[in-house]
Design a protein around this ligand. Structure first.
Ligand SMILES: [Zn+2]
Length: 299
């Protein structure tokens, strides 16, 4: 329920209630910068319900699970679509299907809402298709785009949306300090010694990365770290409080890498979860990761 976010995402909640419920003013595209907020998709879905469900408007915020909202939750409501990456990317066909669905259905004047959960994961063709869709907004079609950070999404897409920033989850900020320190050491080792990291990090693998879950957690923190470095490089500030005590390291990594290099490294890390699922030999996987992050075998 959207009400659940009244305190925890106050800015977003207040602005939306004010403009949509009180003033009946709706934009045709919203971009939500999630900043790693864990419940962002649920927040976006409850926001979509505010737009779609008329009882939400009349009863301020609660429709007591009307049939429309129940269908939205079940994914069976024709005027609501959720699009997420199919594998690594959101593909052009997914957007074309959406456009076909929304063109042919619903002749009533209800809003039709789609959520793109992973606007940073639109491949090139999909991004272009998305852009066209946003450039020629059809009446009553509303887009809600989600991505961790705005710089991961085409500027031309962002510029057509009303932008919101979410507050990161507090649990996100309080990541296990030992794990965090290992992630930073690992990253610094790769940045300073490249593939030599394989030799002197073996202890970390044996002691820490002993399960798929910890490896995934480790990978996510490493990804967060590179995101923080990129953000620092672009904006001159830290975005994730959990790296507060590692500002020196972040500055050093920012100095060593161009934005493109950082994005390439993040791209490598994005692919890890899938590889972890498919690959049973974690040591090989990590060795390969170190080689890739170091820029190849000759680095
Ligand atoms: Zn409802």
């Amino acid at each position: 329920m959207f009400e659940d976010y009244r305190e925890i995402q106050k800015n977003f909640y207040d602005t939306m209630i004010q403009s949509i419920v009180n003033n009946q003013k709706v934009n045709h595209a919203y971009f939500i910068e999630t900043n790693g907020y864990e419940d962002s998709l649920n927040l976006a879905i409850s926001f979509a319900k505010i737009l779609i469900c008329t009882s939400h408007h009349t009863n301020y915020n609660d429709c007591k699970n009307c049939s429309i909202c129940t269908q939205v939750d079940a994914g069976s409501y024709a005027n609501f679509k959720l699009i997420e990456p199919d594998g690594l990317w959101i593909k052009k066909e997914q957007l074309l299907n959406l456009q076909i669905d929304f063109k042919t259905k619903s002749l009533d004047d209800h809003f039709r809402v789609y959520i793109i959960n992973g606007a940073d994961r639109l491949n090139k063709a999909a991004a272009n298709s998305m852009l066209k869709f946003l450039e020629e907004p059809e009446e009553n079609i509303i887009a809600i785009l989600l991505a961790p950070h705005r710089y991961q999404v085409l500027k031309t897409i962002i510029s057509r949306c009303q932008i919101f920033q979410l507050i990161p989850s507090s649990s996100n900020e309080k990541a296990d300090t030992e794990m965090l320190s290992n992630v930073v050491s690992f990253c610094m080792s790769i940045e300073e010694s490249g593939t030599k990291t394989i030799a002197f990090c073996s202890q970390i693998w044996d002691n820490i990365l002993n399960s798929k879950e910890t490896l995934l957690e480790f990978n996510q923190l490493l990804l967060d770290l590179y995101e923080s470095v990129l953000h620092y490089q672009l904006e001159g500030s830290l975005i994730q409080n959990k790296f507060d005590s590692y500002l020196d390291e972040i500055k050093q990594i920012a100095k060593k890498n161009s934005s493109t290099q950082l994005l390439n490294k993040m791209e490598i890390l994005y692919k890890i979860p899938k590889k972890v699922q498919l690959n049973s030999n974690q040591t090989l996987l990590i060795d390969k990761l170190i080689i890739d992050l170091s820029g190849g075998v000759n680095a």
